[in-house]
Every structure is written in structure tokens, then in C-alpha cells.
Design a protein around this ligand. Sequence first.
Ligand code: MLT
Ligand code: MN
Length: 301
Amino acid sequence: MLRAIVLGAGAGGGYPQWNSAGAGCRRARAGDPAAKPRSQASLAVSADGERWVVVNASPDLRQQIAATPALHPRHGTLRNSPIAAVVLTGAEVDTLAGLLTMRERQPFRLFAAAPGLAVLDENPIFRALNPDFVTRGEMALDTPFAPVPGLQFEAYPVPGKLPLFAETGEDPGLAEDGEAVGLAISAGGATLHYIPGCAMMTAALSDRLRGAACVMFDGTLFTDDEMIAAGAGPKTGRRMGHMPITGEGGSLEAFEGLGVARRIYVHLNNTNPALLDDSPERAHLAAQGWDVAEDGMEITL
Ligand code: MLT
Ligand code: MN
């Protein structure tokens, strides 16, 4: 059996974002039940309910662990944690800042593809994770491995981009060498795909996802120019490495005919109107068979 808990369903910045006075953020801040807050994207998975793997250590990880009893220390020894490993899908701030929350001499394994490992190696602040306790391992692409016994992971490259903070001005273009990866996570014959960042659908990716039982996919923006239209930033979603939900080449279109049984958007940006339970955009997604993830949502496969 595969258990997955969405620790956070928001994109970088979360929902409400600290400096956003947008309509959705104001509703979320005011406690409107149709505008549920989302912390920054992260997923916890387990095959046995005892040992958990955290996928992406978001800046909100401390609160996410506090809100998730399955991740609390158990009785027995003074210091312990069910979190046995952390796996990264990229090296954006929202995928790795939470590692700094895990610096208290607790053993765990940390896995990332080569570009993500290089970011950790180049940034000395991550030495806060004492290597006597936290061992780093490179995820070879397209190669299954077991971060904990009974749970199999396979990382595969998807079109993405350098982390925002690593850009030097020029558009670096899309990369597909492990800067962004999707994960096939399997236990007991069931597989879940987790792809919080993907700049476009490729033939290889649609072949891989065809007929899948469950895909959690990049739901950052509803429309590609949504942040520009809202006055929230100068970039399109694609320029940030996130294909939009709607429009030509958007994810709704890309998943048509793939026969994916359960489709769930994760990593939603605070400008995305589908975050609102009562929006026409949410109704549109529901009509197309897509769910929008919430913090704490649990999936069992
Ligand atoms: C992204 O995936 O583009 C991020 O959410 C950016 C960030 O961490 O701010
Ligand atoms: Mn992100």
C-alpha cells in the first residue's frame, strides 16, 4: 500500500503570500472557508506508515510536520523521527529551504539529481546538516532506487529551468538534465507520479504517464500570463518553468486521452483562481476530472 499526504499544496510563497493583497490572498487571510490557506509544496509518502519520505523540504516544513501526526516522533528514544529520507525534485527555494529546519543531528538520507546536489554543495549554509547524520545521495535519472525499504522511487527528467536565484539576467531557456524531475513513487504495485514543476509536456512524459493510477501535477498558474495580468510579476508561467493549466499546450489539453485515473493539481500559485472553492475556474477543473490539492489531503493507493 502506498500512503501519500500532501504537506503543502501551494507554490513558492504559499497562500496567502506574505506580501500579497490580491483578492484570493485577502480571503484566505480573513479565514474564508472557500479560500483555504496552502503552505508551500511538499508531499510525504510511506509504504508502512512507520517510515516516511518527504518529497521537497519546503520553507514551511516545520509547521507541516507539526500539523501531521504521522511525522511526529514516537515514544521510545528522546530523539527520533519517522522521516527517514528527503527527496528533492529541484533546487528552487521552495524545495530545499526546509532542509535548514532539519539540522538537529537526526539521521536521514537526502536524495537529489546531480544539478540539485550541486546547489547544496555550492551553498555552505547546507553544511548545517551535519554529514555524520545526513547522507547525500545522487539520484541517477531513470533508475529506480529505494530511499526506504518497500518504497521505490524513480526520478525522470522533465522540462524545467535553473532555479530563479541562479539566473543571471538572460533567459537561460529550458533545461531537461535533471534541473526538474518528476518522481514515480511505488509501493505494493501502486504508483503515484509527483511532478510539481514541468514547463511542457513531451512525448516521453505523456508515454510515461499514460494509464497511470494517480498523477499530482504542476498547477502553478491557471493561465500563462496570469501573474503579468495581476501585476504580480513580469514573467509568464512557462518562463518560470511551469506550463499553464489552460490554453494551447496547457496541462488540461496535454492530459486529454492519457487515461490517468486520478489527476490532482499541486504547487498552485497564490494568483491561481482555482484555489478558490467557489470560482468558475475550479468548477471548470472539476468538470474535466481534476482535483485541486489541499494541505493535509491523503491519498491511499
Ligand atoms: C517555482 O517553482 O518557480 C518556485 O515556486 C519559485 C519560488 O520558490 O519562489
Ligand atoms: Mn516551486
